[in-house]
Design a protein around this ligand. Structure first.
Ligand code: AMP
Length: 279
């Protein structure tokens, strides 16, 4: 029998419940409109914790005024049905007033690492992310928080925040889930029309091509970036960034070794897509 998760809308009630749970709490923060990528995190939580809490909250503070906060897709009923099938215990679904009451003015910024890659074109994004996650972790008190490597920089920023602010919660990173043709799953893929959906493959094609080049011995970062640039140009993509970085602190790299990762952000039409991969 499928039992629907208990939906909790207030901080007070969520805190009350989390203090009574005896066992490991696994937490999956999401903005909803769930796909297989999110569900892979939920499955990992079910396997590695005693209770699973999923939050669904489209956090306004991580969107710039020009971004897609209002049009961000939402479908709570469908999300709850999907989570019920996986046996999720609680869904935390607060509203904006609950999370940011009038006069709210406390923010967390992880300097340095928040300012590179996505932080360049989205300068306030990671302050919004760090702040909401710190609040959610304080409310839910999870032992483990399950997050996708699709947002590799987000994991790096939040790991640093949790460590430096002495939270006890640890991040459990989960691999990127892709569509059959390689496009990384994302709620924002919904914005793509048919042509754009096929153009969007340029991110995964770039990753595949770079891996092939590197395995043939090409270690020339500029040459590899040019190869990617050509693939993206041909697909009518507009490059936000193409960067190779070390996984440790996302520091810049001049070499390719086992710790180097490729990071891409590309606009397909108005939709900004990101992807990354070890190479
Ligand atoms: P979002 O709802 O976009 O804020 O994402 C919530 C969580 O799901 C984050 O930890 C994301 O990294 C993760 N996630 C989103 N897409 C994927 C994917 N394709 N594969 C794995 N994890 C993902």
């Amino acid at each position: 029998m499928i039992v629907k998760p208990q939906v909790i809308k207030t901080i007070c009630e969520m805190q009350k419940i989390s203090t009574t749970l005896t066992g490991k709490i696994g937490f999956v923060p999401t903005m909803g409109y769930l796909h297989e990528g999110h569900l892979s995190l939920v499955k990992a939580a079910k396997e590695n914790a005693d209770f699973t809490v999923v939050s669904i909250y489209v956090n306004p503070s991580q969107f710039a005024p020009s971004e897609d906060l209002d049009s961000y897709p939402r479908d709570l009923e469908r999300d709850i049905d999907l989570l019920a099938k996986l046996g999720v215990d609680y869904v935390f679904f607060p509203n904006d007033k609950e999370m940011y009451p009038e006069g709210y003015n406390s923010w967390i910024t992880v300097e340095g690492i928040s300012k590179v890659l996505c932080g360049v074109s989205r300068p306030s994004h990671f302050t919004g992310v760090a702040t909401i996650v710190a609040k959610l972790v304080n409310i839910i008190q999870p032992h483990l928080m399950f997050m996708g490597e699709k947002d590799f920089q987000q994991i790096a920023v939040l790991s640093k925040m949790l460590k430096e602010l002495n939270f006890r919660t640890k991040i459990f990173p989960c691999p990127i889930v892709r569509e059959a043709d390689g496009l990384a799953m994302s709620s924002r893929n919904k914005y793509l029309d048919k042509t754009q959906r096929s153009d969007a493959l340029c991110l995964y094609n770039s990753i595949k091509t770079v891996k092939r080049e590197v395995s043939k011995g090409n270690r020339d970062l500029n040459n590899l970036k040019n190869i990617i640039k050509n693939i993206i140009d041909k697909a009518n993509g507009k490059i936000d960034y193409i960067e190779f970085r070390q996984i440790e602190n996302l520091s810049e790299t001049t070499v390719i070794d086992q710790n180097t990762r490729l990071f891409l952000a590309v606009y397909i039409g108005k939709t900004r897509l990101i992807d990354n991969s070890a190479i």
